[in-house]
Write a protein that binds this ligand. Structure first.
Ligand code: NI
Length: 257
């Protein structure tokens, strides 16, 4: 059984004390591949250093996180673009719109998302979208920009069935399913039941969003197994089938092997 954590921030300082143990536990749990979305220009170096330690297993992505879009976002995006031009990357992200924490730079977040969508097309890389209190804004932009070249994932999807179906209608987008699936009363289990497995990716978003029974604690990629087991239960299929299909989906989207 091979699992793929399509969204994990293992380079963050939360893992400074025991990072190699965390990655060993992930391998032990069957998590063979991990995709690392970038956050801002300060996280590029630690992310690349970590990926270099685990070639063939850890893969970096490049983008600017929406909560890090401020008045200087154009300068920051230029630096991100320089990295894109000088490296091997597996996705554009994470990008998106977050109106939960702060709406001050809502307009700038939209502009930054549109720029990163252009890059996804230009560099032929999947887009990793972070959406928080912002489905309307993001759908408006994807409606406007979607074409055959655009692929990606709505990371940590927690929306309704109607929102899930709208995402699938775009054609080349997946739903990223994380620890929220295991939360009581999230309602995500009912949505996930009706979405085809070949449109889903698994992710932890470590160190955030730990699944039950670790809710509120630091998350790590080994806990992807708990999410896979929950999805298997929801869909009433073997966990091996969940692992194999979601890994195949991840390979198809991110082309890491
Ligand atoms: Ni993230």
């Amino acid at each position: 059984m091979v699992l793929t954590d399509t969204h994990t921030h293992l380079y963050l300082e939360e893992f400074n004390e025991d990072r190699d143990d965390v990655i060993r536990r992930a391998f032990d749990a069957g998590v063979e591949y991990m995709l690392l979305p970038n956050i801002d220009n300060d996280t590029v170096e630690p992310m690349l250093a970590l990926c270099a330690e685990y070639p063939g297993h850890l893969f970096p992505m490049m983008g600017l996180h929406p909560t890090d879009v401020k008045e200087n976002f154009e300068t920051e995006l230029q630096k991100i673009k320089d990295h894109l031009d000088n490296g091997t990357w597996y996705g554009i992200g994470e990008t998106g719109i977050d109106l939960y924490w702060d709406k001050t730079f809502a307009q700038e977040q939209e502009t930054a998302l549109r720029i990163q969508i252009d890059w996804a097309k230009k560099y032929n890389l999947p887009l990793v979208i972070h959406s928080r209190n912002s489905f309307g804004e993001i759908f408006h932009i994807i409606d406007d920009t979607n074409d055959d070249r655009l692929t990606g994932v709505f990371h940590c999807f927690t929306g309704t069935e109607a929102q899930a179906l709208k995402i699938l209608e775009y054609g080349n987008f997946y739903l990223g399913i994380g620890g929220v699936l295991t939360f009581k009363n999230s309602g995500l289990d009912k949505v996930a039941k009706n979405i085809p497995l070949d449109k889903m990716l698994l992710e932890t978003d470590s160190p955030f969003l730990a699944p039950k029974p670790f809710r509120g604690k630091r998350n790590e990629s080994a806990r992807l197994l708990l999410i896979a087991e929950k999805l298997a239960e929801v869909k009433n299929i073997p966990v091996e089938e969940v692992a194999d299909q979601t890994t195949a989906n991840a390979v198809k989207l991110f082309k890491f092997k």
